[in-house]
Ligand binder design. Structure first.
Ligand code: NI
Length: 166
């Protein structure tokens, strides 16, 4: 597998809607996931979505033990999630700082649901069904947005929070 270049905000692919994965456990799918994993690890990402490396498929991966980009957040289990759906379990939303490998050098505060149920499939087609809160819920919402062509700056309400990290 290999490290891919990550598309940056402004590239039209990042604004496109991705297609569902129709076949699980194929060599192409495992190559895509391997490339995503290598690219995410190389860039210290908390997650990555397939369109960020130019593939318009509904595949996201996320998870970390300790992340240098989000040092104060709790760990999130490493997960490969295909064809995800998200159901908010509460109307509550919370502001929190996000960055994105496609928006390098910047961060901003984004409102996200604090408690969600998400469902989807692993690469072999086994069902995933989890109820999660807080940063885990935030990461899933951020990554799944990529599959619908939404980058986090589009969700910012208070632009005074948006700027360069350095
Ligand atoms: Ni992102």
């Amino acid at each position: 597998m290999s490290i891919k270049s990550v598309l940056k905000m402004g590239h039209p692919t990042l604004l496109s809607k991705s297609e569902e994965v129709s076949q699980f456990d194929t060599p192409e799918l495992h190559t895509l996931i391997g490339d995503m994993k290598d690219t995410m690890t190389y860039l210290n990402g908390a997650g990555i979505a397939a369109p960020q490396i130019g593939v318009l498929k509904r595949v996201v991966i996320f998870g970390f033990e300790n992340n240098v980009r989000y040092p104060s957040e709790d760990s999130v289990p490493f997960t490969i999630l295909l064809n995800p759906t998200i159901e908010p379990l509460s109307e509550d939303m919370e502001e929190g700082i996000e960055g994105c490998l496609s928006v390098p050098g910047l961060s901003g505060s984004v409102p996200r649901y604090t408690k969600i149920r998400y469902r989807g499939f692993d690469p072999e087609g086994e069902a995933i069904d989890r109820t999660v809160t807080d940063f885990h819920a935030r990461v899933v919402q951020h990554e799944c947005d990529h599959l619908d062509g939404i980058l986090y700056p589009a969700r910012i309400r208070d632009f005074s929070t948006f700027g360069f990290i350095e």
